[in-house]
Design a protein around this ligand. Structure first.
Ligand code: PLP
Length: 405
């Protein structure tokens, strides 16, 4: 008797997260195998020729494709609800692959000015060298995006919520704008992950991931991916990664593949902790303002709740009081340096809660005027809530907050 063991249609996202992968090998492993190999032995020269010509499926070399990487790509695409995905060496590798695939000299990009710092530099500065022009616009004002569009606009690029102020943009409105102009909308979905937000369901064409963060979930490896149509992935991005080599390592792909299995429950726990922390921070007298999309006080609270499955994400930022920038910075440093549990690091998406001072780390290279325009004050602290117990996180912050001068 032969039974059909292929996955039936209509499975829930939680099931897809633990099941979607290439077929098991002949050994019947229940946990997906790690194919840590740079090349693949061919059965004979004829088959090898067909596989290299692309007329027959089969693995040849890991820069082109690898079974572990393919399992990661299939699983991530299933979670994002896209036809396909393609792995990259890091989140920045994915953005580089996207730009190399879509843009040429003379093309124009419209990009939120609140995106990840390296993204700003890659699109604005590096691609500027090759004749790609970029207009940076407000994260939240759709009219500014609209006014920036030119006949040569090929791409709109957004990230939501942003780091560290958690500003939320309207994905549906930006998708409509892009499509009206014959351009594509790409969304960096790093902060929410597909457990909360699926940009293509709201009209986006491409989803960018830093797999380094929540997808992986334990702060161990770098990874990245682009999710989108099979046509773009196979015909536009595949050739770029094969030629330019920003390929995802099979080892890293395997770590993230296994991370995706717990993404849903981790994100629920991260978000519950972050909301509890944000609500508690709002009651602290030494705190001037809390930034968290799950709070009713957040300017895009309703939009965020609609776009993000009713959850605010895991990143909470807050301004400590201070009489002028010097005092605010001293107070922020006091709070950070008084922690004994939280990790002082700019990373996020880890089980370990992290704390950082954006004005002197992620946004340290901006001028004071640029920082003020971006709303990144010297008193600002960002906490990326991990899986530490919420009471321990509060106590760790209270040690500094309760002893401010
Ligand atoms: C970290 C991050 C990136 C870059 O990802 P890497 O894996 O570090 O290259 C891109 N976008 C956002 C929003 C990020 O937080």
């Amino acid at each position: 008797m032969t039974t059909d063991r292929s996955l039936p249609p209509g499975l829930h996202r939680d099931t897809l997260a633990v099941r979607t992968a290439l077929e098991r090998s002949q050994y019947g492993e229940n946990s997906e195998a790690l194919f840590l190999t740079s090349s693949f032995v061919q059965p004979d020269a004829e088959t090898s020729a067909r596989r290299f010509a692309g007329t027959e499926e089969g693995f040849t070399y890991t820069r082109t494709s690898n079974p572990t990487v393919a399992s990661f790509e299939q699983r991530l695409a299933a979670l994002e609800g896209t036809e396909a995905a393609i792995g990259a060496s890091s989140g920045m590798g994915a953005i580089l692959m996207m730009c190399m695939g879509l843009l040429r000299a003379g093309d124009h990009v419209v990009c939120s000015r609140s995106v990840f710092g390296s993204t700003l530099n890659l699109i604005g500065r590096e691609f500027g060298k090759f004749g790609v022009e970029t207009t940076f616009v407000s994260q939240t004002d759709v009219a500014e995006w609209k006014a920036a569009i030119r006949p040569t606009t090929k791409l709109l690029f957004a990230e939501t919520p942003t780091n560290p102020l958690t500003d939320v943009c309207d994905i549906r409105a930006l998708a409509d704008l892009a499509h009206g102009a014959g351009a594509l909308l790409a969304v960096d979905n790093c902060f929410c992950s597909p457990a909360l937000q699926r940009p293509t369901e709201l009209g986006a064409d491409l989803v960018i991931h830093s797999g380094t963060k929540y997808l992986e979930g334990q702060g161990r490896v770098l990874a990245g991916a682009i999710c989108g149509s099979a046509k773009l992935v196979n015909e536009v991005f595949g050739p770029v990664v094969r030629t330019a080599g920003m390929a995802l390592s099979p080892f890293n792909a395997w770590v993230v593949l296994k991370g995706l299995e717990t993404l849903g429950i981790r994100m629920q726990a991260h978000c519950a902790g972050a909301l509890a922390l944000a609500q508690w921070l709002e009651t602290q007298p030494s705190i001037a303002r809390v930034y968290y999309p799950g709070l009713a006080s957040h300017p895009q609270h309703e939009l965020a709740m609609r776009q993000q499955s009713g959850l605010g994400g895991a990143v909470v930022s807050f301004d400590v009081q201070g009489d002028g920038p010097e005092a605010a910075r001293a107070n922020a440093f006091h709070v950070i340096d008084s922690t004994r549990v939280l990790s002082i690091t700019a990373n996020l998406g880890d089980t370990k809660t992290t704390i950082t001072h954006p004005a002197t780390t992620s946004h340290g290279r901006l001028t004071e005027a640029q920082r003020q325009a971006a709303g990144i004050g010297q008193g600002l602290i960002r906490v990326a809530v991990g899986l530490d117990h919420i009471d321990d996180i509060k106590a760790d912050l209270l040690r500094g907050l309760s002893t401010l001068a």
